[in-house]
Design a protein around this ligand. Structure first.
Ligand SMILES: NC(=O)c1ccc[n+]([C@@H]2O[C@H](COP(=O)([O-])OP(=O)(O)OC[C@H]3O[C@@H](n4cnc5c(N)ncnc54)[C@H](OP(=O)(O)O)[C@@H]3O)[C@@H](O)[C@H]2O)c1
Length: 210
């Protein structure tokens, strides 16, 4: 049974299918940008993995907060992230973002590994902040660059879901559903996610949509 502390009304502007794809990615972006980074108007943020589930929500939220948004994505996803609002797109397979972007206020990392480590070079020394969905803070890099670093553990709760739903309704926010599977094909859905690596969410349907 669902814990009442962790549920909220769905956004009115989304279908049930779209709303099913929102909580984890939406709350992750909300925690990072609003609660941890406290992103404000005219700040510059680099969002890694902008075409992903979390990244695509983060781009929309960052633009709503008035920030300038750089993002890393593959060339196939360039138009998609631009339509979400990205101001500058770096093709992560061909370009080194740290050679192109400088003096950023914040990095939101949904990729990890070397991408995380290289991100410290993009940030303004002494005041920049990096929030990662994957990496624990690297104290050596933090002191070398004078950067605040945080690991984010997503925690979906009623308060965050309610604020998220209001933001989605007020700003025509989009959740991209790539494909749906019936619940009894959950294993197929996992294979699809792993093999095809679609842009957008894969949603399991508990009951048929009629
Ligand atoms: N800490 C937590 O509580 C928590 C909660 C939820 C999720 N997570 C983690 O957060 C990460 C992101 O989740 P998600 O749902 O957004 O994943 P996702 O939908 O799979 O998105 C990942 C995106 O990153 C892109 N990408 C891959 N390598 C890249 C690179 N080197 N540079 C830039 N972009 C790159 C992918 O593009 P391509 O299609 O080109 O590969 C894809 O668009 C996952 O690792 C997940 O496990 C952590």
């Amino acid at each position: 049974m669902a814990n009442k502390e962790n549920i909220a009304n769905k956004p009115k502007s989304l279908s049930h299918l779209e709303a099913a794809g929102l909580p984890l990615v939406g709350v992750s972006a909300w925690q990072a940008l609003v609660e941890n980074i406290r992103l404000s108007k005219d700040q510059k943020i680099l969002i890694h993995g902008g075409a992903g589930g979390i990244g695509s929500m983060a781009i929309q939220l960052a633009k709503h907060l008035g920030a300038y948004v750089g993002t890393t994505a593959s060339i196939n996803d360039k138009q998609f992230v631009q339509e979400l609002g990205a101001d500058q797109v770096i093709d992560y397979k061909k370009e080194n973002f740290e050679d192109i972007l400088h003096d950023y206020d914040a990095v939101f990392d949904t990729v990890g590994g070397e991408t995380y480590k290289r991100s410290f070079r993009v940030l303004t020394k002494g005041s920049g902040i990096i929030v990662s969905m994957l990496e624990q803070p690297d104290s050596e890099l933090m002191s070398q660059y004078g950067i605040k670093a945080l690991f984010l553990f997503s925690q979906v709760n009623r308060q965050r879901l309610t604020k998220l739903a209001q933001w989605v309704d007020q700003n025509n926010i989009k959740v991209n559903v790539a494909k749906t599977f019936p619940l009894d094909e959950a294993a197929k859905a996992l294979d699809y996610q792993k093999d095809v690596h679609p842009r957008g969410k894969v949603v399991l349907m508990v009951a048929s949509q009629e």
